[in-house]
Design a protein. Structure first.
Ligand SMILES: Cc1cc2nc3c(=O)[nH]c(=O)nc-3n(C[C@H](O)[C@H](O)[C@H](O)COP(=O)(O)OP(=O)(O)OC[C@H]3O[C@@H](n4cnc5c(N)ncnc54)[C@H](O)[C@@H]3O)c2cc1C
Length: 478
């Protein structure tokens, strides 16, 4: 690497240091490449670490504690109302973020990855110009674009600092606990943050334009969550759209319209707009390269993460598909391996997804809805948690585990879980699908008792006709 006249040459420039970008940089460095990682933030981590996965889960961990103390009343434990010190909560959240971010800086240093602060913009297919940086220009042999995504604003309204109309980023700052919070959008970000604020004491209303919460998730998985949310939130309005928002000194007046055209004015202290995310491609100068975008401005890639420009790859949210951190990380590693000349591709059968609500929902592989849409025959084996000893001991018997099996060859093609610790349970499903496991493999692998993991084995046992805690189908029918 030669640095001079504020210019720098590097073999691989990674633009954006979120989980896609830093994974690409680290893997490439491990494979012997000279790597430079640029981001406006001084430390790696991206949206996931600073305003996404990690701060939301520190908050949701506390929400879970709070909700657990309430559920515990039905089991004989009566807590007094907790005192919430928001300043301490914020400090704890920051401590978690700092510890992770500092760890990533150390990992970068030890690998010899050069971290540069700045905003990159392409001048051509081998050069970027940096703004807000000590370095003016970087010339590269290869570049990986990992610039992620940003929250979509409500049409006609950007997000302003200090505004009562927030994106998830501002909501996660936890500046206050609004007495009345409107969440626009019934996707996972809206429901997770709605849960967080409701547990902390806000009266939460959700409005969703579509006819369901968590579009794309099987309806049966959503049903137990919906029942719980009906108790936790003040209201959930489906097929309802926000028509106007007037922000005043004391709050936001919102007009909503239901499916019949009926208008209603509601008043909130804060509004969270969680209606989706858009790719960070607009200001990258991609017109100076051969990179192509799709109709929604995501970068088009092949399964080796290569764009239409030979020297440029793209990974993570900016490359579209499922916008989750673990997908970004895998793509980052694949991009690095391909650039280093290894045989590698994004060859993943099951991308797991988790919604960290109470109860949690997790799924991987085929969903029932997708199977039906694509005409793929599946045998759906459901094990209700009311038959699970562990679920009963936790007061979590409203959950269930389902395993989707190819009826022809007995292979597991999908798994869905709703209930406590769905986040941990789904990993077995991922491994099963990746390994081409049969339902029999899952059923005959010994699962420890009493654990929720047994519900996966029990669901698989239904398929092979030998369940223990539920009657086999033919016995049940007669
Ligand atoms: C509230 C919330 C909760 C979430 N929870 C989860 C979860 O629990 N699990 C999960 O898997 N995913 C979760 N996600 C999604 C996850 O955060 C993203 O999928 C993930 O961060 C994408 O990683 P990435 O590397 O593609 O980009 P990002 O993490 O978005 O990072 C992109 C980086 O690029 C930088 N950048 C942008 N433009 C430039 C430029 N021109 N020059 C240099 N740098 C630039 C940005 O500053 C940023 O640091 C959540 C998201 C949100 C908003």
């Amino acid at each position: 690497m030669v640095m001079g006249d504020m210019e720098l040459n590097t073999e691989l420039l990674v633009i954006g240091s979120g989980p896609g970008g830093y994974a690409a940089a680290f893997r490439a460095a491990d494979l012997g490449l000279d790597v430079t990682l640029v981001d406006p933030r001084p430390r790696p981590g991206g949206v996931c670490l600073f305003e996404g996965c990690i701060p939301s889960k520190t908050g949701l961990h506390l929400a879970e504690l709070l909700l657990d103390t309430r559920h515990a009343a039905s089991q004989g434990l009566h807590f007094t109302e907790p005192r919430i010190d928001l300043a301490e909560v914020r400090a704890w959240k920051q401590q978690v973020i700092d510890s992770m971010a500092d760890g990533l800086v150390q990992l970068a240093r030890k690998r010899g990855v050069q971290l540069i602060q700045g905003i990159a913009r392409f001048e051509d297919s081998t050069t970027v110009r940096l703004e807000h940086s000590e370095i003016r220009r970087v010339r590269f042999r290869h570049a990986v674009i990992a610039t992620g995504s940003r929250p979509l604003a409500y049409p006609g309204r950007g997000f302003r600092p200090g505004s009562r109309i927030m994106s998830s980023s501002e909501a996660l700052m936890l500046n206050d606990i609004p007495a009345r919070l409107l969440v626009i959008g019934g996707g996972y970000v809206g429901l997770e943050l709605g849960t967080l604020y409701a547990a902390f004491g806000s009266k939460v209303q959700v409005v969703e334009m579509g006819d369901r919460l968590l579009a794309g998730v099987d309806l049966d998985l959503v049903a137990p969550l919906r029942r719980r949310l009906d108790g936790l939130f003040e209201s959930i309005s489906l097929r309802t759209r926000v028509t106007t928002m007037q922000e005043g000194e004391n709050g936001v007046e919102v007009q909503v319209q239901d499916e019949n055209g009926g208008l209603e004015n509601r008043f909130f202290d804060r509004v969270l707009v969680a209606i989706g995310r858009q790719a960070n491609t607009a200001d990258l100068g991609l017109n100076k390269t051969a990179v192509r975008l799709d109709s929604r401005s995501f970068i088009q890639i092949n399964d080796q993460q290569q764009t239409a420009d030979r020297s440029i790859s793209a990974v993570g949210d900016v490359a579209g598909g499922i916008m989750l951190a673990h997908k970004a990380t895998r793509e980052g590693r694949v991009a690095a391996e391909v650039i280093a000349g290894e045989k590698s591709s994004f060859d993943v059968r099951a991308i797991p997804a988790v919604v960290y609500t109470d109860p949690q929902i997790a799924w991987c592989g085929l969903t029932e809805e997708l199977a039906e849409k694509d005409g793929v025959p599946v045998a759906v084996q459901k094990f209700p948690w009311k038959y699970s000893g562990r679920a009963q001991t936790m007061g979590a018997s409203d959950g269930f585990t389902k395993v989707l099996v190819n009826p022809e060859d007995g292979r597991i093609v999908g798994v869905g879980v709703v209930g406590r610790n769905a986040e941990g349970l789904i990993a077995e499903g991922v491994l099963a699908i990746e390994m081409g496991a049969l339902a029999e493999d899952m059923a005959l692998s010994l699962h420890p008792h009493p654990t929720l993991s047994e519900t996966e084995a029990e669901a698989a046992e239904i398929f092979i006709g030998s369940p223990t805690h539920i009657l086999p189908k033919k016995i049940g029918k007669s």
